[in-house]
Design a protein around this ligand. Structure first.
Ligand code: ADP
Length: 421
């Protein structure tokens, strides 16, 4: 039982009696504090009824304090998605908080205020436990982050525009350097060739850096385009590995493709030995996923001086799991938590000498998160690293439904070519 106000539904033995004497003073003190906080603060009881709302919350939601009290919080703090649609149940923190044991946070939330205007907010919702450890109330603390988001957008726009603009001259320089290095077009001596080759490599690196900057700016402000379709991951990955193995071959690395937990397909053989394996369906944009897996594969090739790269696919009822394992130098344990952050590169002799931008794993993580997937690494120094991607697995029935929905929609690309034959 919880309440600061005179809730009519409460038993006579509860709140009104507790709101006398010291407790009433407590409540007044509490009100003075929360009323002076600029952020929005709302206290709700276990029926999701607003018991207290401070002027900050009232201003953000566009509701007068007296009208917002004693009504369901979801009328006052209406959470919506970025398109302004009400959140599905299960995604709304207010529906989850009474089962939660800890504070829930959502930094990219939106609310629809009383005038119907969408306001970006950062929200945290903390459960308050009663004597029997049940959640009896919750406190929502939130603030209007429209200004911060606008600034972030300005920053991301600047990076996008700058890297886009800079790519053009870099591509031109790269083109001219390639011409100068071409025997059929230009005559240069060996020393000049050496300098130009170095310049060519650096220019390619710069071009890659601008490309990665552009992609990561888009990933950060949700502008990465994504057109998910049903993909049968076995056939998809086998094809992708066949396309990628060239770079491993070139470096003299062995390559193996493992489909399912025990069966192995030798990716070095044309067509491979087909084995019966379950169909692993996922709902992803095949081009975006290719970018993510290619990043992991390229890193495996880049950082592995000799040995083997294994690409595999496995899963259970819930998830499809792809992994890329190498026999490279491994990753120190202290670097693992930071590896998927922007610009993070490991500063050790094993990998520092290899060129890179430090953006690949950040972009890869952002792509995997687009599909509610998870990415992580397991690594042992001196033995190698394995990067894992878990994606939600679609049942065959759901995959068929989505495929026929897509087939009925003229806007979507045909998907048959992407699924297992
Ligand atoms: P980049 O490779 O461009 O530097 P990434 O974000 O792809 O950037 O990778 C970040 C860092 O993680 C790399 O600089 C490297 O130090 C380390 N790393 C990534 N993949 C591997 C790997 N397979 N083996 C060892 N180190 C790796």
């Amino acid at each position: 039982m919880f309440g600061f106000g005179g809730n009519k539904n409460k038993s006579p033995a509860s709140m009104p009696q507790r709101l006398t004497g010291d407790l009433a003073d407590e409540k007044r003190r509490f009100e003075v504090i929360i009323n002076s906080i600029e952020d929005g603060v709302i206290l709700i009881d276990d029926q999701q009824t607003v018991q207290l709302i401070n002027p900050g919350a009232a201003a953000i939601c566009g509701w007068p304090v007296d009208e917002a009290t004693e009504i369901n919080v979801q009328n006052v703090l209406k959470l919506v998605d970025e398109k302004g649609q009400a959140l599905e149940s299960g995604k709304n923190l207010f529906d989850k908080i009474f089962q939660a044991e800890q504070t829930l946070r959502e930094n990219n939330a939106f609310l629809l205020n009383r005038e119907g205007k969408q306001v970006p907010i950062s929200l945290s919702l903390s459960p308050l436990l009663g004597a029997n450890q049940q959640v009896i109330a919750a406190v929502a603390v939130f603030r209007d982050v429209a200004q911060e988001r606008a600034q972030e957008k300005q920053r991301a726009d600047f990076i996008s525009t700058a890297s886009h603009e800079m790519r053009t001259p870099v591509a031109a320089i790269e083109g001219y350097l390639a011409l100068a290095l071409n025997d059929k077009v230009a005559t240069i001596d060996n020393r000049a060739r050496g300098y130009l080759e170095k310049a060519h490599i650096s220019t390619q690196h710069l071009g890659q850096l601008f490309q990665d900057l552009l992609t990561s700016a888009k990933a950060e402000d949700g502008r990465l385009t994504s057109h998910p379709v049903v993909v049968e991951m076995g056939a998809y990955l086998q094809q992708l590995v066949a396309d990628l193995r060239f770079s491993a071959d070139k470096k003299g690395l062995q390559m193996e493709f493992k489909l399912g937990s025990s069966s192995t397909i030798n990716a070095t053989k044309e067509g491979g030995d087909r084995v019966i394996s379950p169909l692993y369906y996922a709902y992803v944009d095949p081009d975006r996923l290719r970018e993510a897996i290619t990043n992991l594969f390229d890193n495996a090739v880049k950082y592995t001086p000799e040995g083997k790269i294994t690409v595999g696919l496995t899963g259970d009822d819930q998830v499809v799991q792809c992994y890329i394992a190498d026999t490279g130098p491994g990753i120190p344990a202290e670097d693992v938590p930071h590896l998927f952050q922007k610009f993070y590169r490991i500063d050790n002799s094993a990998t520092r000498t290899v060129g890179g931008t430090g953006l690949g794993l950040f972009i890869t993580r952002k792509i995997i998160e687009l599909y509610e997937g998870r990415i992580w690494v397991e690594s042992e120094l001196g033995k190698g690293s394995s990067f894992y991607i878990n994606l939600p697995r679609l049942t065959t029935q759901k995959a068929t439904e989505l495929q026929s929905d897509a087939a009925n929609s003229s806007e979507l690309a045909p998907i048959n070519s992407l699924t297992a034959s």
